[in-house]
Design a protein around this ligand. Structure first.
Ligand code: PLP
Length: 380
């Protein structure tokens, strides 16, 4: 049975008519740049998350870029982040002129940045921490915020994979992206709230940061042909905003469905591999479903078996960023960040989307189990 990683059309069919009408409405109005739907979407996103401001931009990468700049990060500064993430998290730090400092992840089944490792990396030049809520599970924000307050650091939450995820912060449930100084979101099609193209957004409770991002996304201009600074062309298309407004109404239910898929997977697989755990005080957005094996050999064997059966799978992420050629200049070597270096060889992500059927889940888990059993049998 051929199974894809993500099937966007299944979620699209029930809202197809409504979506096509919204697109048509934008075409008829012909206000494609910063049109009405952009402002309305921002208002609705802000209401959903409880953040004071929501400022949309052209992508999740630009959301990081503009948040970093609006937080005042510049040449000579250091920013601490995880190497077990997509390169957008770190390249935007370097592109602001700052130095990327990689901390290790925790070995607790969650794969997020280790607060103790962050503390060890703090110097007089450190200005910010960028935790990533990887796969959709919250990072340890209580500890991270304590460290940030103690050392007067900004916190930018990379929420590209974690929209709709929640965290109990100081005893109060909060949407991810509303705990630090900024939260950055991606509307890349495969994310929890996917557009039909690129898109991104920044949440913040800080009026000044919000205003700076609004200016930066539009060439440093908040009034036509008056430039307060140099900026970027980084706006969310009105068409995408109109599409996202419809999808936003369904996204909480979609995440519930993703959680059900995760629970079914977990039940079937917990005896053969490490399955995702959800910590107390956390609500998982389940953007990716990632399991872990006891060795690279076993992981690779399972992967090859799934490939043969045409069951899509991915390794998020096969080589930690500190060991990539792009970061050779930073001088890290193998063994510097042992937890993420071990994890990169053992993880495997399986198809995950709200409408994944029981039949498909049964087929996928049966094939994983068959692969694990034949791998282990061959080795006794
Ligand atoms: C997807 C992703 C991004 C980048 O988002 P784009 O919209 O593709 O630019 C950044 N960080 C993480 C962790 C991501 O998964």
């Amino acid at each position: 049975m051929k199974i894809q990683m993500v099937d966007m059309l299944r979620g699209y069919r029930p809202i197809q008519k409504e979506t096509e009408e919204a697109i048509k409405r934008v075409l008829e109005k012909a206000h494609f740049i910063l049109g009405e739907d952009v402002a309305e979407f921002e208002k609705e996103f802000s209401a959903f998350t409880g953040a004071r401001h929501a400022v949309s931009v052209a992508s999740g990468t630009d959301a990081l870029r503009l948040a970093i700049l609006a937080c005042g990060i510049k040449e000579g500064d250091e920013v601490i982040t995880t190497p077990f993430t997509f390169i957008a998290t770190s390249e935007t730090i370097s592109q602001a002129g700052a130095k990327v400092v990689f901390a290790d992840i925790l070995n607790d089944g969650i794969y997020n940045i280790d607060p103790a490792s962050i503390e060890k990396k703090i110097t007089a030049k450190t200005r910010a921490i960028i935790p990533v809520h990887l796969y959709g599970h919250p990072a340890d924000m209580n500890s991270i915020m304590k460290i940030a307050k103690k050392h007067n650091l900004k916190v930018i939450e990379d929420c590209a994979q974690s929209f709709t995820g929640k965290y109990k912060y100081n005893g109060e449930w909060k949407q991810l992206g509303t705990i630090g100084d900024c939260g950055t979101f991606s509307f890349f099609p495969a994310k929890n709230l996917g557009a039909f193209g690129d898109g991104g957004l920044i949440t913040t409770n800080d009026d000044k940061i919000a205003q700076t991002i609004k200016t930066l996304r539009n060439h440093g201009s908040s009034q036509r042909y008056l430039y307060e600074m140099e900026g970027f062309n980084s706006r969310l298309d009105t068409i995408q905003a109109a599409i996202l407004r419809i999808r936003l109404k369904h996204v909480a239910k979609w995440t519930e469905m993703r959680n059900e898929v995760m629970n079914k997977y977990n039940k079937a697989l917990r005896d053969v591999c490490a399955v995702p755990v959800v910590k107390d005080g956390c609500y998982h957005s389940c953007n990716y479903y990632t399991i872990r094996f006891s060795s690279k050999e076993e992981r690779d064997f399972v992967q090859q078996h799934l490939n043969k059966k045409e069951i899509a799978n991915q390794i998020y992420y096969p080589i930690c960023l500190h060991l990539q050629k792009a970061y050779e200049k930073l001088g890290y070597k193998k063994g510097d960040l042992p937890v993420c270096e071990t994890v990169q060889d053992q993880v495997l992500s399986l198809p995950m989307y709200p409408e994944l059927s029981d039949e498909e889940i049964n087929e996928i888990t049966a094939q994983v189990k068959e692969a694990v059993n034949s791998f282990r049998k061959a080795r006794v």
